[in-house]
Write a protein that binds this ligand. Structure first.
Ligand SMILES: NC(=O)c1ccc[n+]([C@@H]2O[C@H](COP(=O)([O-])OP(=O)(O)OC[C@H]3O[C@@H](n4cnc5c(N)ncnc54)[C@H](OP(=O)(O)O)[C@@H]3O)[C@@H](O)[C@H]2O)c1
Length: 234
C-alpha cells in the first residue's frame, strides 16, 4: 500500500537539542521559530505530524478533553470529521489524551492517530468535536499502518514530520523517513536529558544508525545553516 513521502523538518542546537525553552532568550527563539515556519513553507505538503507532547505544549494549549459517557460502544474504525479538508495536522496520541478547542489547529484539520485501547468516551469526544481519527495498532502505534491510512483516507501525498524527538525517533527506527530538513542553530545547549532531533524510546528495539546523504546546504542570516539530506543515495 502507498504511504506519504515523509520529510522530517526540525531546528536544533549544534548539539542536537530541540527544546527552545532551555535557551532563555525569547527574541532569539522567536527569530528561529520564524525560520522554522519560513522553511516549512518551501515544501509542498498536505500535512504535518507531531507527537502528543509537542501538540500539548505548542498547539492544543493543554486543553483537557471534555469526556462524556458514550451512548453506545464505538467500533474501532476510522472516523472522518471533515470530508472537505485539504490540509491536516496529525497528532500521534496513542492513549487518547489530547483535548482540542476546535477541529483545526493553525487552519489545518486535526487527525488523531490512536491505538485501539483508547476509551469509547474519548472517541465519542472526538466525534462530537468533528475531529478525524484512525487506529494504528492495538496497544502500540504501528507507523506503517498509520501512514498507509493517512494516504488512503485523506489527500496526503507529502507529510512533514515535525517532532518532537521521540516521535521522530519512532519513525526513524521504523525506516519511514525519506528526507531531513534541519535548521542548525548557533546554540551550544548542553542541557542533560533534553530531547534531541531523534530519540528512540526504551520500549522500542533500536535499529542501527542511519547513513544520510547531503542534498543541499545553505547559510542563512543570523548564523543559521539549513541542511537537507536524503535517506537513500540518489
Ligand atoms: N526544535 C524543533 O524543531 C522542535 C520541533 C517539534 C517539537 N519540539 C519540542 O519538542 C518537545 C517535545 O518532544 P518529545 O520528544 O518530548 O515529545 P513528542 O515526540 O512531541 O511526543 C512524544 C509522545 O508522542 C507519543 N509517541 C511518540 N512515539 C510514539 C510511539 N512509538 N508509540 C506511541 N506513541 C508515541 C507518546 O505519547 P504518550 O506519552 O501519550 O503515549 C510520546 O510520549 C516539545 O517541548 C516541543 O516544543 C521542538
Amino acid at each position: 500500500m502507498k504511504r506519504p513521502h515523509v520529510i522530517c523538518h526540525m531546528m536544533s542546537s549544534v548539539d542536537g537539542k530541540i527544546l527552545s525553552a532551555n535557551w532563555k532568550n525569547q527574541e532569539l527563539t522567536d527569530t528561529f521559530a520564524g525560520y522554522f515556519e519560513q522553511y516549512h513553507e518551501t515544501f509542498t505538503s498536505q500535512a504535518w505530524m507531531c507527537g502528543r507532547v509537542t501538540m500539548e505544549r505548542d498547539f492544543s494549549g493543554g486543553v483537557q478533553p471534555d469526556l462524556q459517557p458514550a451512548p453506545q460502544p464505538i467500533a474501532r474504525e476510522a472516523f472522518i470529521g471533515d470530508a472537505n479538508a485539504t490540509s491536516f495536522a496529525v497528532a500521534v496520541d496513542a492513549h487518547g489524551r489530547l483535548g482540542w478547542d476546535a477541529n483545526t489547529t493553525g487552519g489545518d484539520h486535526i487527525v488523531e492517530v490512536l491505538t485501539e485501547q483508547v476509551s469509547d468516551d474519548y472517541l465519542y469526544y472526538l466525534q462530537r468535536q468533528r475531529i478525524s481519527y484512525l487506529f494504528a495498532g492495538a496497544e502500540e502505534i504501528d507507523f506503517n499502518a498509520a501512514l498507509e491510512q493517512l494516504a488512503a483516507l485523506f489527500p496526503i501525498k507529502t507529510l512533514m514530520l515535525e517532532g518532537g524527538g521521540h516521535l521522530n525517533g519512532s519513525l526513524l527506527n521504523a525506516g519511514l523517513i525519506d528526507e531531513l530538513s534541519l535548521l542548525l542553530l548557533p546554540i551550544a545547549d548542553g542541557t542533560l536529558q533534553s530531547p534531541t532531533t531523534f530519540e528512540v524510546s526504551d520500549y522500542l528495539r533500536k535499529g542501527p544508525a542511519t547513513r544520510l546523504y547531503l542534498s543541499a546546504v545553505q547559510q542563512l542570516d543570523n548564523d543559521v545553516v539549513w541542511l537537507k539530506y536524503n535517506f537513500k543515495a540518489a
